[in-house]
Design a binder for this molecule. Structure first.
Ligand SMILES: Cc1cc2nc3c(=O)[nH]c(=O)nc-3n(C[C@H](O)[C@H](O)[C@H](O)COP(=O)(O)OP(=O)(O)OC[C@H]3O[C@@H](n4cnc5c(N)ncnc54)[C@H](O)[C@@H]3O)c2cc1C
Length: 481
């Protein structure tokens, strides 16, 4: 058994510690009433029950340090929380009542926008959409974009190394950061808020905290990269003859437009039909229905770029080869918004449709057709009634391979084969050199899978890092490792 599991735990969040925390935080910076704490204690997917005696809402890095110091001295586990949109149970306390919830939401200042260096220095609690807006006001672009952007926070995005819909062109959250400010497990501040594009001074410490899901330090601020805004963007929604046709099209787009390609999303038949059925203001993009669709976007920072002609050439070639069956290109901003609305409505539609069994997996792009084919066979064998809703970031090899409860099947019956299915899908992913957790992280939900699929040297290195940076295991204990 790992040393971490045996780590020292002091009494927890007793009345004395709660009073100490209230004193350092001051009025307005903590919540204790159950009705006030309830939204912070609601696990997004309803999988985990959560309890705490206090939600800390510090307003400054200094206050975060004070809180962490008290918790370090008294052995209280700390669960950092951003927008609480995470999907793996990492952002809510357990049901013991002994863990403190540390919400970063009041730390939402934009400290600086630096046009010449193309950076923004933002506090962890800034809502992602606000960071995008601040960049836009400066005539620049912050390209991280995901369906939860109206409520997730940049600290949570960095702590989960969020992906989203523009990874192809700009990379994951990890690629968008130049500097970090972090409060360590002992309550010290590491000020790494540098704006350097080159900095080979020893280990790149910020990379440890990015994607660590609050287990190695509390991110309090970040310097993020901004980019020139595209002056023209073209969005197209296509019906394809097969998944192989979709990966062929991805290659054609790369060859024709290179890094102008920012979005390349796959949607299966049900991923289009469910939003149309359950989510208001969604519109059918093509006159007929098909089995496979791609939603793509290309953009250029040059007004005189001939991108639209190049897109039409790609589509013509696809029609001629029979790989593209139908297509629409958005002619107006409203049409483009409608295509995005359909894509981003899929999670809401599946939630409304019923219970779900979800897999957030990635495989090398070249193996996506094989993955979808074999996963379909697994579902037909183990759960023939389930509705397959497979969609996601095909350009990144990241498919959300989800199953939804069909009409006429009870939740219990629908969920009964979940464990066997998950095991079979994860084994398939491993056989294709893929990952069982592409962008949502490990949290509490996927710890067993991490033990299994990263066993040996890899997980031992992760545990060594955890022991080095959080020896008393107070930062998000029981999550990730
Ligand atoms: C509709 C929907 C669509 C989504 N689409 C995507 C997608 O396309 N790509 C993607 O990657 N994810 C996606 N997600 C998952 C989720 O939105 C992301 O993981 C997001 O980055 C989480 O941000 P948050 O602020 O909500 O973090 P939270 O959920 O609050 O926290 C997530 C984790 O980060 C830790 N944490 C939060 N803030 C800090 C901090 N300041 N310091 C240290 N640790 C911290 C928490 O302890 C927790 O472990 C989606 C979720 C929803 C609901």
């Amino acid at each position: 058994m790992s040393k971490l599991l045996n780590s020292r735990r002091k009494p927890g969040l007793c009345t004395t510690v709660v009073e100490q925390l209230k004193t350092v935080l001051g009025d307005g910076a903590y919540l204790t009433a159950p009705e006030d704490m309830s939204p912070y204690l609601t696990d997004r997917r309803g999988l985990f029950a959560a309890r705490t005696a206090l939600v800390a809402r510090p307003g400054s890095t200094e206050q975060v340090c004070e809180v962490v110091k008290i918790c370090a001295e008294t052995g209280v586990g700390i669960v950092p929380q951003g927008g609480n949109t995470g999907l793996v149970g990492g952002s809510v306390p357990d049901d013991s009542g002994a863990e403190l919830l540390l919400s970063l939401s009041r730390m939402n200042a934009v400290r600086e926008v630096d046009r010449l260096n193309s950076t923004a220095t933002v506090e962890a609690g800034c809502i992602l959409a606000d960071v995008q807006r601040v960049a836009e006001e400066a005539g620049l672009l912050f390209p991280l974009s995901l369906a939860a952007e109206g409520s997730c926070q940049i600290g949570g995005n960095l702590a989960t190394n969020a992906g989203g819909t523009a990874v192809l062109r700009y990379g994951n959250a990890r690629d968008l950061v130049l500097g970090l400010e972090v409060v360590t497990a002992s309550g010290e501040v590491w000020n790494g808020l540098r704006r350097l594009r080159k900095d080979n001074t020893g280990y790149d410490l910020k990379q440890l905290f990015l994607g660590s899901e609050g287990t190695l330090g509390v991110i309090t601020a970040a310097v993020v990269k901004l980019f020139p805004r595209p002056k023209q963007v073209h969005a197209a929604f296509l019906a394809l003859s097969s998944v192989d046709a979709a990966t062929d099209l991805l290659m054609s787009c790369y060859e024709a437009v290179g890094e102008a390609l920012s979005t390349f999303e796959y949607l299966d038949h049900t991923s289009v039909e469910l939003p149309l059925r359950y989510v208001p203001d969604t519109r059918r993009p093509l006159a007929k229905t098909y089995d496979h669709y791609v939603f793509l976007e290309i953009g250029s920072t040059r007004e005189d770029d001939d991108l639209s002609e190049r897109l039409e050439t790609i589509l013509e070639a696809g029609y001629e080869s029979g790989e593209i069956l139908d297509a629409t290109i958005a002619q107006t901003g409203a049409q483009r918004d409608a295509l995005w609305r359909l894509r981003e409505a899929i999670p809401e539609a599946t939630r409304t449709a019923g219970a779900g069994i979800k897999h957030d997996v990635s495989v090398p792009v070249s193996r996506v057709p094989e993955f979808l084919q074999s996963a379909g066979e697994i579902v037909r064998r183990l759960h023939p009634d389930a509705l397959i809703v497979s969609f996601g970031h095909l350009g990144d090899g990241n498919i959300h391979y989800n199953l939804t409860q069909p009409d006429g099947v009870s939740v219990e019956d629908f969920l009964a084969p979940e464990a066997a299915l998950r095991e079979a899908i994860y084994e398939l992913v491993a056989s294709l050199d893929g990952s069982f957790s592409a962008e949502h992280g490990i949290g509490r939900l996927k710890r067993d899978a991490l033990e299994r699929y990263r066993a040996g040297t890899e997980i031992e290195m992760m545990r060594a890092l955890k022991r080095a940076l959080d020896p008393d295991n107070i930062l998000n204990p029981g999550r990730v490792v």
